[in-house]
Design a protein around this ligand. Structure first.
Ligand code: COA
Length: 186
């Protein structure tokens, strides 16, 4: 696990690899937060169908990006993220998902994926963005380290329980991208 990691837009053929990371990271990150029954019922085959649809239907500024390690011939997806227009806030972008496989976390891949997603939103004419994070998820510290500020809170009903969520926001993507010009996709 020492090779280069590159970023590129996802292709439908990436859906199974994305689904595998999605299920693995949900079970690792959300155990004790999301009900066990929901986590156990998640399957790679259902997630593969969903990701296949998402990748095929994405229209800019909506995008799915994958981080791919060159360690194996043909590459291996080790993280992914998706973004688009915020569902409830006109003119704002939203990071919908951002997941790095557990063995690959802490190596700067999340930072590069986030940079790639925010750059796509900016290129699509959006200069603000947000991400919703479960309040109990340590990922909130990642977004704080990435210069986002806590902007809102909400309580959502999910899988039969109430979950507290926090929104983290970037108010000026042009400035953020200019400050972090060296951190983006290789
Ligand atoms: C959150 C996540 C995407 C971050 O990706 P990553 O590749 O592990 O993070 P990076 O290595 O790029 O870290 C970038 C910076 O954020 C910091 N950081 C990352 N995760 C952190 C955490 N949990 N707590 C505190 N700081 C954190 C890193 O220390 C690093 O800081 P530095 O610039 O001072 O070195 C990844 O850990 C993950 O997929 N977690 C599980 C799933 C999840 O919760 N996803 C978010 C759903 S909204």
């Amino acid at each position: 696990m020492s090779g280069e990691v590159g970023l590129r837009p996802a292709r439908p053929a990436d859906a199974p690899a994305i689904a595998g990371i999605h299920v693995e990271t949900w079970r690792a990150a959300y155990a004790g937060i999301v009900p066990d029954a929901y986590l156990v019922a998640m399957t790679e085959s259902k997630q593969t169908l969903q990701w296949n649809n998402t990748i095929r239907s994405a229209v800019a500024p909506e995008v799915v990006l994958v981080a791919e390690s060159s360690d194996l011939p043909g590459g291996r997806v080790v993280g992914f993220g998706s973004c688009g227009r915020a569902r409830k806030r006109r003119g704002t972008g939203e990071v919908f998902t951002l997941y790095v496989a557990p063995d690959w976390q802490g190596r700067g891949i999340g930072r590069r994926l986030l940079h790639g997603l925010l750059a796509k939103l900016k290129a699509g004419g959006l200069n603000e963005a947000q991400v919703w994070v479960l309040s109990d998820n340590p990922a909130r510290f990642f977004y704080e380290a990435m210069g986002a500020r806590r902007a809102a809170e909400r309580r959502e009903r999910f899988a039969g329980v109430h979950l507290d969520e926090a929104a983290y926001a970037w108010g000026d993507l042009a400035a953020w991208l200019a400050e972090r010009a060296g951190e983006g996709p290789a």
